[in-house]
Design a protein around this ligand. Structure first.
Ligand code: ADP
Ligand code: MG
Length: 381
């Protein structure tokens, strides 16, 4: 059954007539720009055609009543800080309510039923989709749409920080709120300015391959990478690697450790690759986009050292099959690769990658086709 019909039926069954209003928001990919956010560089995400959808109706009380179709669970909670629900999925919605209220916005009781098809924990940010769906809806229903879009993204981010224990950046919520069909959004992590670029290839598709491995490492590699970047920036007397050129880095090469040098080199090259990809997209040069994606993978693997055997295997395999571009998407040490695949190679790539990965690692990867689509929005009833 279609997702919307399913939600409509459940809503009627649980809460009766009349119907509520329908809202949706999307998961996201990041085409290029990895480990750049904390170096004041660029990221380049877009919303995808995998969504969280909700039917919502104010209920005239001070209670929220919400049913999750996918988890098959119901939660009921008030709107004061001490009313937090125990279920982790419901805390995302509670957090959105609280963060709107904390900012002086209005939220009253409502009834809601929601479902989604963003795979959970696969690196496509189902949590941001959930947050921005409700943040967008509650803005429309109770605040006449007056909260601006950036604030909606920040409300989602603060929800993760304050109610879900995840200390994330702004990219996921930003992409989910600002996503636009056929466009990627280059976000400048230094000043949060952004620009849309067309991404609507005629002959290519995007395919995510989820290795379904996650290597837990003892020392915190994420913090160590950050420290390397900060050390190099400091030794160059700048606040971040954003404004450092490769020549400037090379000039201090002998005074810093080889490890720090390689970390900084990756970050500087990655900043330039994002810009090169944007320029390539404006020319419709998807082969160049693909070359940059492979270069990012190489940098993440050899210089930044956040890859792992399984992800290197997937990127190498993609190259061997003739895929246009492939790289790790996300922080690394497991998770997905994002692949820019010529349409005529699509089926072959998926069949080969699935088979050969399973032969080597004993389980099949999960594969998702994604199309760059709209982010948070109201749906026609
Ligand atoms: P992701 O990388 O997909 O964002 P997270 O662990 O950050 O993974 O968020 C996943 C959590 O978001 C789930 O455990 C659940 O609490 C909530 N969530 C996401 N999608 C749904 C859904 N369709 N129904 C209910 N809860 C969901
Ligand atoms: Mg998440």
């Amino acid at each position: 059954m279609e997702m919307k019909e399913h939600i409509r039926n459940k809503f009627a069954e649980r809460f009766g007539a009349p119907e509520g209003e329908f809202f949706a928001s999307a998961g996201r990919i990041n085409l290029i720009g990895e480990h750049t956010d904390y170096n004041e560089g660029f990221v380049f995400p877009g919303a995808i055609d995998k969504v969280i959808m909700a039917e919502i109706r104010p209920n005239g009380t001070d209670k929220v009543r919400v049913f999750s179709i996918d988890i098959d669970d119901y939660a009921e909670f008030g709107l004061r800080e001490e009313d937090a629900p125990s279920q982790s999925w419901a805390r995302y919605i509670f957090g959105i309510c609280r963060e709107i209220i904390k900012r002086g916005g209005k939220v009253q009781g409502f009834d809601a039923v929601f479902a989604g098809n963003v795979p959970l924990g696969a690196g496509l940010s189902s949590s941001a989709a959930l947050e921005s769906c409700f943040a967008f809806a509650l803005n429309e229903l109770f605040n006449d749409g007056k909260i601006d879009k950036f604030e909606l993204a920040k409300i989602g981010q603060s929800t993760e920080h304050n109610y879900c224990g995840v200390n994330c950046g702004i990219m996921d919520q930003f992409a989910s709120v600002f996503g636009k069909k056929g466009h990627l959004i280059r976000l400048d992590c230094r000043d949060l300015s952004y620009e849309y670029f067309p991404f609507a290839p005629e002959n290519h598709t995007l395919v995510l391959v989820d290795s379904r491995v996650k290597h837990e490492l003892k020392d915190s590699p994420y913090n160590k990478r950050r420290e390397s970047c900060e050390r190099v920036a400091k030794s160059l007397g700048v606040p971040s690697l954003r404004d450092v050129s490769l020549a400037e880095l090379n000039a201090v090469k002998v005074t810093i450790s080889d490890e720090d040098y390689r970390r900084a080199k990756y970050v500087i090259e990655e900043r330039d690759r994002v810009l090169a990809v944007c320029a390539a997209l404006e020319r419709g040069d998807y082969d160049e986009v693909g070359r940059m994606m492979y270069a990012t993978h190489e940098g993440l693997s050899k210089d930044y050292e956040v890859s792992c055997e399984e992800l290197d295997f997937l990127a190498d395999l993609a190259k061997e099959i003739g895929v246009t571009g492939a790289r790790i998407m996300g922080g690394g040490f497991g998770g997905c690769t994002i692949n820019l695949v010529r349409k005529d190679l699509h089926d072959k790539f998926i069949a080969e990658a699935t088979k050969r990965f399973a032969e080597k690692y004993g389980h099949e990867p999960k594969v998702y086709d994604v199309i760059i689509s709209d982010g948070a929005r109201r749906l026609e009833a």
